[in-house]
Design a protein around this ligand. Structure first.
Ligand code: SAH
Length: 436
């Protein structure tokens, strides 16, 4: 196979990012935007040793699941990946993807329950982080730093477009330049918007705090409905979006969200699930899998602002949460206080270090970031020997790797339940129950 060759072929599989996979001349060819079962014309763009990448030139026989994307920048922007397929296809892809990862990476052949749909599939994201560059305001296209300028987004809250409109106008009127990562000059780098049941927060990341007419800008944002407006200072040469210093311009530094009957306060640099409605279903399910009777000690590792642990606290004797971000731990402690929860305690540090010194648990809940659990942590969990582990994962590949390790430590998989937390993207959340 050579670059620039074209083939007419059938799509017989899917890749981890929802792309179609064809088998041509004994090579797997990954074809973005092609759907399972379709006959397509592919242009080969890159050939590696065992696989290749192709560009979709023409759909010759379309899948019955193919749809017209609703967003005009879908094929350019890297934010969504699944708008060219109907929601049924997307859910089936997510279920299959979890199952494939467990088999391929974990060597685990087990039943994977059908992915639970999200209550909302559009405008569900409670957090948006928009890049500001000389090319405009929006998201980067996939695996690049090319900005796709856009005024509206199908999965962000509707208010984001209006906020961005106000900031665009402000920059133009006041001659405020966007940040340029090549020359490390300019003022505005990012716009962070979070909308929870308690209101909307706008946090503008800038290189320094001396911007003209901030009072007018704040007034406009508040008139639009912002409950909190902040500047965040980041003058480092880095891809990290938020700097450490926050300067409040209006309102509180935390936002409140109500999930079930618990109120959570969230700081801008604390992790918080981005799909609030689906999160409620996810937490309820995860806690129900733990099989709590009121007598258990539960560890909530990677606890963020304490959400899962606080949900579980009603049904357990004691909860200990561990989290690395100090602000999030502070949020978790205040959230326990504010909700009158007295049997939950939160510790700050690396879960893999802290866990050695906090005694035994009957149930361990794990909710790590995409890179999964540290090996050291899994070893310590083995020594603690909880009866039940509930693992909540946002990355099926690292989940499969960690489940294989836990299998080796004598834990069997009881239930695997994917949840669609991120409709229209290839990302999938998954809850797994393991029993010793
Ligand atoms: N359970 C929470 C947060 C899950 S996200 C919720 O559902 O909202 C993963 C969390 O792990 C983040 O808050 C992140 O800051 C934290 N984290 C990352 N590495 C960690 C580590 N080594 N030890 C403890 N916490 C860590």
């Amino acid at each position: 196979m050579k670059k620039n060759q074209q083939f007419i072929t059938e799509i017989t599989g899917t890749g981890s990012q929802g792309e179609g996979v064809a088998r041509i001349e004994n090579m797997a060819v990954f074809v973005p935007y092609a759907l399972l079962g379709e006959t397509v014309k592919v242009h080969i763009v890159k050939v590696l040793k065992n696989y290749a990448y192709g560009k979709l030139v023409e759909v010759i026989k379309p899948s019955p699941n193919r749809t017209e994307p609703k967003c005009s920048v879908f094929y350019k922007c890297g934010g969504c990946n699944m708008q060219h397929a109907d929601y049924r296809y997307e859910l089936q892809f997510k279920t299959n993807h979890v199952s494939d990862c467990l088999k391929r990476i974990g060597g685990i052949d087990t039943e994977v329950l059908p992915c639970i749909p999200s209550p909302e599939t559009e405008h569900y994201r409670n957090k948006g982080q928009f890049a500001v560059t000389k090319d405009g305001i929006g998201f980067y296209s996939q695996r690049s730093h090319n900005l796709v300028d856009s005024n509206s987004c199908l999965i962000q809250k509707e208010i984001c477009s209006e906020i961005i409109g106000i900031i665009r106008e402000y920059m133009k009127t006041n001659n405020v330049p966007p940040y340029d990562e090549e020359t490390h000059t300019g003022k505005i780098r990012n716009i962070f918007i979070r909308q929870l049941s308690g209101g909307t927060m706008v946090c503008i990341t800038v290189t320094d705090k001396n911007l003209p007419n901030l009072t007018d800008l704040t007034k406009e944002l508040v008139t639009l409905g912002a409950a909190s407006v902040m500047l965040n200072i980041n003058n480092k040469r880095t891809n990290v979006q938020l700097g450490e210093q926050f300067i409040p311009l209006y309102g509180d530094e935390t936002l409140t969200d109500t999930i079930g009957d618990i109120e959570f306060k969230v700081s801008p640099n604390s992790f918080y699930q981005i799909n609030s409605k689906q999160t409620e279903q996810l937490y309820k399910y995860a806690v129900s899998l733990a099989g709590l009777t009121g007598n258990e000690t539960v560890f909530d590792l990677y606890c963020g602002i304490g959400t899962i642990g606080l949900f579980a606290s009603k049904y357990a004797k004691k909860v200990i949460g561990v989290e690395i971000v100090e602000k999030a731990v502070e949020n978790a402690r205040n959230n326990a206080l504010a909700n009158g929860i007295t049997n939950a305690q939160f510790l700050c540090g690396k879960a893999e270090d802290v866990i050695k010194d906090i005694g035994k648990a009957d149930v361990v809940m794990l909710d790590p970031p995409r890179k999964g659990c540290d090996d050291k942590l899994l070893k310590t969990v083995k020594e603690i020997a909880p009866k039940t582990i509930v693992y909540i994962s946002c990355n099926p590949a690292t989940l499969a790797r960690d489940l294989k390790t836990l299998n080796g430590y004598g834990y069997c998989i009881d239930t695997v339940q994917p949840f669609d937390m991120f409709p229209r993207t290839f990302h999938v959340e998954c809850v797994v129950k393991l029993q010793r």
